[in-house]
Design a protein around this ligand. Sequence first.
Ligand SMILES: [Fe+2]
Length: 142
Amino acid sequence: MANMALIDWNDSLKLGIAVVDRQHERLVGIINRLHEATLEGRGTDVIGEIIDELIIYTATHFSMEEKYFAQFEYPDAEEHKREHDALIEKVSIFARDFEKALRSSRPAQAAELLQFLQIWWRYHMMETDSKFVDLFKKRGLT
Ligand SMILES: [Fe+2]
């Protein structure tokens, strides 16, 4: 089934720091798989597995960024971490609501939740993450 990706991974989303871009690309991939599985009407077992992967990998990715914030003494670390923490909290609520929406066959609600992820990640990568790029590069991360 050739679906349009929910988030099109392209150069405009790249920050130019390989380790960050690689992880962002993988996150976008997981979100796109979740979108596809929803469109294909997959069961809650399949969807649940993708959501678990999303939760785990989101946490992995945020700790990587935050490790560099500490190492490079990033001045906006606290504010940035607040965004991360808010998403972690939101994603666990999201996971619960999403499975409920699927079980009660409310695809519109599932679509709304996916839309939230799409908007959050696009904004986070292009606005919030883009602010640490200069410092990371200056400290030798390419
Ligand atoms: Fe971030």
